[in-house]
Design a protein around this ligand. Structure first.
Ligand SMILES: *Cc1c(COP(=O)(O)O)cnc(C)c1O
Length: 382
């Protein structure tokens, strides 16, 4: 096998292309009918009331923090095992992230460690459904209600997952999705905040458009030139042709989720009797959206280092990756926030062991077998 197998990959078909072309030939390139249509489609997919589309998942996280009222001096509970954007959004709002360590088997935030970190300044919790598996929302919601905190779910990995019969998008106060090409569905760049709270949704909409209260269309239909800027917002708008792509992609999501689960189960089968390779633990009462397929490798018992294994797999055409370097270990955080090694020991130890294997809907079962056999071979021979 000579074909390079990336860790994740988008899939664009003729339907997607035609939907985008139709918008390019229409009068609206941005902030037209397709934005609303995409928002309604995602809200309806999640069984949620409101959805607000953004130019990226990061912009959506920024807006969710703004809508939650997170501001200077506030503290926000975050997880270290995530992409930097899930924590940077706290800093955009001049608040302080408070890192809570993870559960070593699932790599999700350990909700039993949160309460001791809550102070009178704590304003919100940002939970990340790492790899696509929903967090322990029952305990997160219990803490959020007890201490009057806003629960934001960074569900950039878990679009389409279900927790205790509730779809992701309706569990937390606000849920954030990303439509980057490696995620479940893509708009090139794009993101969304989904919520059942009208006030949060309205704040997100204003924030997306410079903090201005009425958009051009509303002014036009009201026949007036007047508008007001009431918050310091941004231009975080998404275009109509991106949303047309998103609408078309969303139709294929249920099938893609099925395929991701099927391939992940195949990986699990291949690794189940290997004492050096451990897939992440699956927790009860939820479905997994499998944005990532992550294994932990017991390098302590092996002669091969993580670096060497990584290089060998890449040489075999396997696009392994590592998700993630714990956020608190990045130089910016160490230098500006005083974070340090030893702050979240479980996340740091997990980071030494984790490896992301390729997974995307168009991957074949033969490719999963090829990747599994190469990994098993390299591990067993070392
Ligand atoms: C992808 C991702 C983001 C950021 O989304 P963008 O659309 O790339 O801005 C945020 N959080 C997590 C966990 C992600 O995986």
């Amino acid at each position: 096998m000579t074909k390079y197998i990336p860790y994740g990959k988008q899939y664009i078909d003729e339907d997607d292309i035609n939907e985008v072309i139709n918008v390019l030939k229409s009068d609206w390139l941005t902030t037209g009918p397709k934005v609303n249509e995409f928002e309604n489609a995602v809200a309806s997919f999640c069984d949620a009331e409101y959805a607000v589309a953004f130019s990226s998942g990061t912009a959506a996280l920024h807006a969710a923090c703004f809508a939650a009222g997170i501001s200077e001096g506030d503290e926000v509970i975050v997880t270290p095992m995530t992409f930097v954007a899930s924590v940077n959004c706290v800093l955009y709002n001049k608040a302080n992230p408070v890192f809570v360590d993870i559960d070593e088997d699932s790599l999700l935030i350990n909700s039993s460690l949160i309460e001791e970190k809550i102070t009178h300044r704590t304003k919100a919790i940002i939970a990340v459904d790492y790899a696509g598996q929903p967090c322990d929302y029952e305990s997160l919601l219990y803490l959020a209600r007890k201490y009057n905190l806003i629960l934001i779910s960074d569900a950039c990995h878990s679009l389409g997952s279900v927790y205790k019969n509730k779809k992701t998008g309706t569990i937390a106060d606000m849920t954030v999705f990303s439509f980057h090409p490696v995620k479940h569905i893509t708009t090139g760049e794009g993101g969304m905040v989904v919520t059942n709270n009208e006030e949060f949704a309205n704040k997100c909409k204003v924030f997306r458009n410079h903090g201005i209260t009425t958009d051009f269309k509303q002014r036009e239909s009201a026949g007036t030139w007047y508008y007001e800027m009431i918050h310091l917002g941004y231009n975080y708008r998404i275009t109509d042709f991106q949303c047309a792509l998103g609408i078309s992609q969303l139709r294929k999501l249920p099938l893609w989720l099925e395929k991701r689960n099927k391939l992940a189960q195949l990986y699990n089968e291949f690794f189940k009797n290997n004492s050096y390779i451990t897939p992440l633990k699956l927790l009860p009462y939820r479905t997994h959206a499998y944005h990532l397929y992550v294994v932990k490798i017991n390098f302590e018992k092996l002669k091969i280092s993580k670096n060497e294994l990584f290089k060998q797999l890449r040489k075999e055409g396997i696009g392994v990756n590592v998700h993630y370097i714990p956020v608190h270990l990045h130089p910016f955080y160490i230098n500006n926030l005083g974070t340090f090694r030893g702050m979240c020991p479980i996340a740091e130890e997990a980071y030494e062991k984790i490896l992301t294997l390729p997974l995307y809907p168009q991957m074949t079962e033969e490719e999963v077998e090829y990747v599994s056999m190469k990994l098993i071979q390299l591990v067993n021979n070392n």
